[in-house]
Design a binder for this molecule. Structure first.
Ligand code: UTP
Length: 416
């Protein structure tokens, strides 16, 4: 009871009285859950985020300059082999792990269930999770030990994700080497600054973005688990790129041999207008500038060889040395605002599904962490072998395009 009074008082203090409007109609369990959820809200923070959303997000300031990129195509066979051998040794010694970020909502794909459970229509009916697991299995076999695999979920999809792995017997992978952890959530806020209630008993919360990974890994004891296992290098990628090379010894070797603490893979943009964030430096530090943040002139700028100066797209394939990952867990990242549709409880207690966006969602981006370092290693790779995202239901970056690219890569034996 005191918790309820306390939570209600705090909500009222911040103009969020509506959170408890239907409290008396709820079951005891629902009441307790609501009090707990509201007690966990940082109202001060939410107020600040709302004000930022209202004003319009201010993109960071500072001079944008090009960043050095290593184009894999231009590296000699001898050097590539040395990197690969070094990375393989790291893997054989158990000093490598992979993380898959699968906490997103996958709204554009519109699949009912975690995105990783989606079947893109390959002849074997493999889900996105299985595609990644098969790759881990192959690399584990090649290096003679099972590579730890950490999967980030969100509160929304955690239970369904774990149940999916259980139902598929962890795809034959060593169960002790697949660990799930949940990212944090943040309430969504309507355009009047009220936290959205999506039922009489629950607030609408959204996963806090892929940048939430550092805090989640620290809070869930994942970094600690890695340390215990002796892991030093960690690949972090998304669930929705069916060509992601989760365990790429060449990439590990490239970073380790060159003394980098973090790195990313890039692809050269298809054209100046491709909607992708690109690597650069801002105020002398590594940064990913969104396509909306640079001028047409910059987007079209080419060097003397005709290559885009700001053309290395970030594809959510990053690697961190454990100390870098650990340090980032202690630093807050800025939040960005997205405007989304969120079902809400109307004045008469009914749930209304809006026709147009009605709420702000707040997300941190993983690449905002890059600027905490002076340098990062960027390896430019080939699109056909490393990038086939599943974002939309149809058209560009859809299951159909991903299936096609996957099938072609398989035919070229490029799925190691
Ligand atoms: P996207 O930003 O493309 O989002 O995520 P999404 O959830 O897959 O799809 P939309 O935008 O709702 O349609 C890129 C990767 O980052 C992960 C996603 O699961 C995906 O692997 N991600 C994104 C998280 O793990 N957590 C988040 O909060 C956001």
């Amino acid at each position: 009871m005191t918790d309820y009074i306390e939570a209600k008082k705090r909500a009222e203090q911040y103009g969020q009285d509506h959170l408890f409007r239907y409290y008396d109609e709820l079951t005891k369990d629902q009441q307790n859950a609501l009090v707990e959820a509201v007690s966990n809200v940082d109202f001060e923070q939410m107020q600040g985020l709302y004000q930022m959303a209202k004003k319009g997000e201010v993109s960071g300031e500072g001079a944008i300059t090009p960043i050095a990129v290593t184009d894999k195509q231009t590296v000699s066979e001898e050097v590539l082999q040395a990197w690969e051998a070094y990375g393989t040794k790291i893997m054989q010694e158990g000093r490598f792990a992979a993380v898959t970020m699968a906490g997103g909502q996958g709204t554009r794909l519109g699949h009912n269930g975690p995105k990783g459970t989606y079947d893109i229509g390959l002849p074997g009916g493999e889900s996105l999770f299985q595609i990644q697991c098969d790759r881990l299995k192959r690399r584990s076999e090649a290096c003679g030990r099972s590579i730890p695999w950490y999967i980030m979920t969100s509160r929304e999809n955690h239970n369904d994700t774990v149940a999916f792995f259980e139902a598929h017997d962890y795809f034959g992978y060593n169960k002790e080497d697949i660990l799930f952890f949940r990212q944090f959530m943040l309430p969504m806020i309507d355009f009047d600054g009220k936290i959205v209630m999506d039922s009489k008993a629950t607030m609408k919360e959204g996963a806090d973005g892929h940048g939430g990974i550092f805090r989640a890994m620290a809070a869930c004891g994942i970094v600690e688990d890695m340390r215990k296992r002796g892991v030093e290098w960690i690949f972090v990628g998304g669930i929705d790129n069916v060509l992601v090379k989760l365990c790429d010894p060449t990439f590990v070797g490239f970073l380790a041999k060159n003394g980098y603490r973090l790195g990313g893979k890039s692809l050269i943009k298809r054209d100046a207008k491709e909607k992708a964030g690109v690597f650069c430096k801002r105020d002398g530090k590594p940064y990913v500038v969104e396509y909306t943040e640079i001028s047409d002139e910059m987007a079209e700028l080419r060097d003397e060889k005709g290559t885009f100066v700001y053309g290395d797209a970030h594809i959510l394939c990053n690697m961190f040395r454990i100390d870098a990952l650990e340090a980032m867990g202690n630093q807050g990242l800025p939040y960005h605002v997205a405007v989304k549709k969120a079902a809400y409880v109307g004045d008469n207690g009914e749930v209304i599904t809006p026709e147009s966006p009605n709420a702000y969602k707040f997300e941190a981006f993983i690449f905002d962490a890059f600027s905490q370092y002076d340098e990062m290693g960027i390896l430019r790779v080939e699109r056909e072998t490393e990038f086939a995202p599943v974002k939309n239901k149809s058209g560009e970056d859809s299951p159909e395009t991903a299936r096609d690219l996957y099938t072609k890569a398989e035919a070229r034996n490029a799925l190691d």
